[in-house]
Design a protein. Structure first.
Length: 158
């Protein structure tokens, strides 16, 4: 079963956006129902809803994040996924250092489209920045989907 987890800072904006977008993208594909797609935060607490701005922007696009609650990254959680996609270099590096056993499964989301760049964190900014971040994430998932799919199916070499 293909499995992907998206990681951001608090699991209240970028990673839930990416999770919802990828879930929708695979829904109509053959075998799309077999995918496991989740999200978590590198520095968060469990049980918090998405930010109001995140909810609003995603609702405008037809996504419902009303039941999403934040989850903290754990070794057990990460080991249960084949592909781990972070939003920032610092998150990628922190996961690789703290959890060396999964280091080769951790990538920046931007690496799926062939370059390395952080996805802007719009927290604290006006609503338009949240829309720009959603657009950027959606574009990376659409353009990088073939690579995401391949890596999500690959069993890590241990």
């Amino acid at each position: 079963m293909p499995s992907v987890i998206f990681i951001c800072t608090a699991n209240r904006c970028r990673s839930p956006m990416a999770m919802a977008i990828l879930r929708e993208k695979v829904k109509g594909l053959p075998g799309g129902g077999d995918w496991r797609i989740e999200s978590a935060g590198a520095w968060t607490e469990d049980g918090l809803p998405v930010l109001e701005e995140t909810f609003k922007v995603m609702a405008e696009k037809g996504y419902d994040l009303s039941t999403h609650r934040s989850h903290m990254v754990t070794a057990e959680l990460l080991r249960s996924f084949r592909l781990i996609l972070t939003m920032e270099h610092g998150q990628k590096e922190a996961l690789q250092v703290e959890f060396p056993e999964i280091a080769d499964q951790v990538y920046l989301l931007s690496e799926m489209v062939g370059y390395e760049a952080d996805v802007f964190d719009p927290v604290g900014e006006p609503l338009g920045y949240f829309r720009e971040t959603e657009f950027e994430i959606e574009a990376m998932i659409n353009v990088g989907f073939e690579r995401i799919a391949a890596l999500a199916k690959e069993l890590p070499e241990k």
